[in-house]
Design a protein around this ligand. Structure first.
Ligand SMILES: [Zn+2]
Length: 337
């Protein structure tokens, strides 16, 4: 059974999920681009997954001919059925790992990746995320939503079929809670959130901006943790993907397409993590003081962090990244200047 334990020394939560040790191909390297008749995410193998919770399709559920498909994760880090009761044993404190862990299968095809998707496939992917986020939000126990992709061995992926993970938790991860606190203070002082102001300043500075489509901008952040890290954000604050209009989604899909074209041109096939930072799903004792102005203070972002080098002891012990390539140089290369 999984548990969320409090690390008192660092005042942060750790998700203890022993079931995840049984994941397929853990510890093995990928053989890139080889589909398998046993891959549970391939079209035609729908019977190998738990029943789908959502799919973009015109036909019967759990059959072939779909564009995106969402299934509960068999090797889930958290489970929705558990009671939400915290446990204490002296100094040690934990909450059962209540939550939802879903797999969004990005494509019926094994030999592809979002970095190769066309605009329409990216729009379908974004729409699927929004539909699931809106549904998970209905469970008021779920407070935060982590949406991420691991692509390639260096990025921690254990399944090579293109997929995205949605992890909804009954707590706010410590780093996000610290961000919410700083962000609300910043908003009260300046009338804008930290991300909105950062985006505005990156747009003015121009040197790290790599592209812009409609109301979305892509740049290599001033203090990037990884070489060729790219942040994508709306230029006018939008707190979550769910608040995007149809036009917003079309612009965002076009920009994601363009960013991957630039990254592919510089890096070829590369391992990466991709993740959204988005406003809390629901209010609890941790989030209530931030929710009042959330639509004005919060701006969602999407980050793509290529994993060219592995993390070492310095990063793990200090939580401080070492980035060996200047973000301005990365932006210049990506723009093709
Ligand atoms: Zn597959």
């Amino acid at each position: 059974m999984s548990e969320i334990r409090l690390d008192r020394i660092h005042n942060r939560y750790v998700l203890i999920a022993p079931e995840r040790l049984h994941r397929p191909s853990l510890g093995h390297h990928f053989t890139k681009n080889r589909a398998s008749s046993t891959c549970p995410f391939c079209e035609g193998n729908e019977a190998l997954t738990p029943k789908e919770v959502f799919a973009i399709r015109d036909n019967e559920a759990n059959s072939p001919f779909w564009k995106t498909r969402v299934v509960p994760n068999l090797f889930k880090a958290v489970q929705i059925e558990l009671e939400d009761i915290s446990k204490r044993d002296g100094i040690f404190e934990s909450i059962p790992g209540v939550g939802a862990h879903e797999i969004l299968i990005d494509s019926p095809s094994h030999d592809t990746d979002i970095s190769k998707f066309d605009k329409e496939s990216i729009e379908n992917w974004l729409r699927t995320i929004i539909i699931r986020a809106d549904d998970l939000k209905n469970d008021k126990r779920l407070i935060s939503l982590c949406i991420f992709k691991n692509y390639g061995h260096n990025a921690g992926a254990t399944q090579e079929h293109p997929h995205t993970q949605l992890l909804a938790l009954p707590i706010i991860p410590r780093s996000e809670l610290v961000f919410l606190e700083r962000n609300i203070n910043y908003y009260h002082r300046h009338g804008r959130g930290i991300v909105e102001d950062t985006v505005y300043n990156e747009k003015m500075a121009k040197t790290r901006v790599i592209d812009e489509k409609g109301s979305f901008i892509a740049f290599c952040p001033y203090a990037s943790s990884f070489p060729f890290e790219v942040m994508i954000a709306p230029t006018k604050g939008i707190a979550s993907l769910s608040q995007c209009t149809r036009k917003n989604i079309a612009d965002l899909a076009l920009l994601i397409r363009s960013v991957f074209e630039m990254l592919n041109a510089q890096l070829g096939i590369f391992d990466y993590n991709l993740f959204f930072q988005t406003s809390p799903l629901n209010t609890n004792f941790q989030t209530e003081k931030y929710m009042h102005n959330i639509d004005k203070s919060y701006t969602f972002t999407l980050r793509i962090t290529p994993r060219i080098f592995r993390l070492g002891g310095f990063e793990i012990s200090t939580g401080m990244a070492i980035n060996s390539i200047v973000p301005e140089a990365c932006a210049k290369l990506l723009r093709g200047d």
